[in-house]
Design a protein around this ligand. Structure first.
Ligand code: HEM
Length: 437
């Protein structure tokens, strides 16, 4: 306490609002983007926020400061521990999301190969087929929300290409169970429940936690059955098929399957929802799509810059971290606030403009960080980018989309993501004849 006081007294701790932590928590929950913009304007590129029940969190908004935080991954910045409270009840104790140190690296090493660009490129046709199958069921001529439709597609991709499940009965069960598992598992009612009370709550049938535990058990039974089945019939090209060939045990594989579901399903669907939300308001960009492949790739990148899905990539510091004139104490969180890093005019000139051309020369910009950075950089980034390109192309080849309301959709906090407030409302009309790639 004295240590923290001295830091604050001598101005080493980054500045921040003096409001009580409960008020800051309520502010963040109501309007996280607005709060971060206010604090950025008031305090500059590094500031501290305080949330009830958690260590203080320092946010940074430049690529240089972010790089210094990512650098702590080399020595023990605990990205895993920073996520554990929110995720362990779903992903278990053996997940790359929540592990740190040697345990994390042992898993990460095994997850990297099946998710590399070269490997996932083999999924292109199957992703396109899944998207085409789903798009054929969308309503025509009346408004509907695209985000759920995108979740439907990305969930199917996980069930068929990551889990590699072919049995129609199991696919059907998972399709029904997984969305509810994710919804109940991420609910604020559950996350607000202290760890020690969760065991008790699991036995009360009408509480969300009880429902969550029953769903999780049901999903686990299917996953463990599938893992046993795949060990008996090795050789699949899906991610599970590759994981059963590694040293990982059944429980570890189950945890990593659920990890890829939790980390990869809603995020990718939200990225796609934003892509269409933006494109519907940028007719000239839309015109050039989807045939120009390098341009499509650049559009996806620019969407993820102007509307990053995941807003932060925090590390729990295990040693004090010096950032310029500031020193952040051990035990605090520190991380980039990604939407503001992406709007730094030093890194992205005229940042408010949507300019896919920024990426056309193949130039890497280290301020572009929708997938985080350091050693904990998103393991699914290549799959997510491929999914976005392929699904956008399938939609644009078949449908003409318009927005029922031209006003841009606001950003709304949902679990760890920022989503379009109206879930991307669109009206679709069949393109006749459908364009062929
Ligand atoms: C547009 C879609 C996606 C976005 C925006 C996204 C974003 C992120 C971010 C910001 C992180 C944290 C990185 C850090 O702390 O530095 C992360 C980590 C992670 N993501 Fe993604 N992700 C997406 C899709 C996926 C997909 C499709 C998968 C899996 C198939 C996936 C699996 C993971 C995992 C396992 C981690 C933890 C990595 C580690 O700690 O070693 N993500 N992602």
């Amino acid at each position: 306490m004295t240590y923290v006081y001295l830091h604050w007294r001598f101005g080493m701790i980054p500045p921040g609002p003096r409001l009580p932590s409960l008020v800051q928590t309520a502010w963040f929950m109501r309007d996280a983007p607005g709060m971060m913009e206010r604090l950025h304007r008031r305090y500059g590129p590094i500031f501290t926020a305080r949330y009830a029940g958690y260590p203080p969190e320092v946010y940074v908004t430049t690529a240089e400061l972010a790089a210094q935080i990512y650098q702590t991954d080399q020595t023990g910045g605990r990205a895993g521990e920073a996520r554990r409270d929110f995720l362990e009840h779903m992903v278990g104790a053996h997940s790359v999301l929540t592990l740190d140190g040697d345990g994390w690296w042992r898993h990460r090493k095994l997850l990297n190969p099946p998710l590399r660009a070269k490997q996932v490129a083999g999924y292109r046709d199957e992703i396109a087929a899944i998207a085409a199958e789903k798009i054929a069921t969308w309503p025509l001529g009346r408004p509907f929300t695209l985000r759920e439709r995108m979740q439907d597609i990305t969930l199917e991709i996980i069930i068929r290409l990551i889990f590699g499940i072919r049995d129609a009965g199991r696919v059907g069960r998972l399709r029904a169970l997984l969305p509810e598992l994710i919804e109940t598992g991420g609910s604020m009612q559950l996350l607000a429940l202290p760890e020690r009370l969760r065991g008790m709550a699991a036995r009360v049938p009408f509480l969300a936690y009880g429902r969550f535990v029953r769903l999780r058990d049901e999903v686990d039974t299917i996953l463990f059955d599938e893992i046993r089945h795949r060990r008996a019939t090795p050789g699949g090209t899906d991610v599970l098929g590759r994981l059963v060939e590694t040293e990982l045990g059944d429980q570890e594989i189950r945890d990593e399957l659920v990890t890829m579901l939790i980390a990869g399903h809603e995020t990718t669907a939200t990225g796609l929802a934003w892509a269409f939300e933006r494109l519907l308001r940028l007719p000239e960009t839309m015109e050039r799509l989807p045939d120009d492949e390098p341009y499509l790739d650049a559009v996806v990148k620019e969407v993820l810059r102007v509307r990053p899905v995941v807003y932060e990539a925090p590390r729990l510091l295990d040693a004090p971290l010096r950032l310029g004139e500031h020193e952040i104490p051990a035990g605090w969180y520190a991380g980039p606030y990604i939407p503001l890093v992406h709007r730094d005019p030093e890194a992205f000139p005229s940042p408010e403009e949507f300019r896919p051309e920024r990426y056309m020369d193949g130039h890497q910009n280290r301020a572009w960080m929708p997938f985080g950075g350091g050693r904990r950089f998103c393991v699914g980034a290549q799959l997510a980018l491929l999914e976005m390109r392929v699904i956008m192309r399938e939609v644009l080849n078949r449908l003409e989309l318009s927005a029922p309301d031209q006003a841009p959709e606001a950003r709304r906090l949902k679990n760890v993501t920022l989503t379009p407030a109206k879930r991307t409302r669109v009206i679709a009309r069949a393109r006749t004849p459908a364009r062929t790639p």
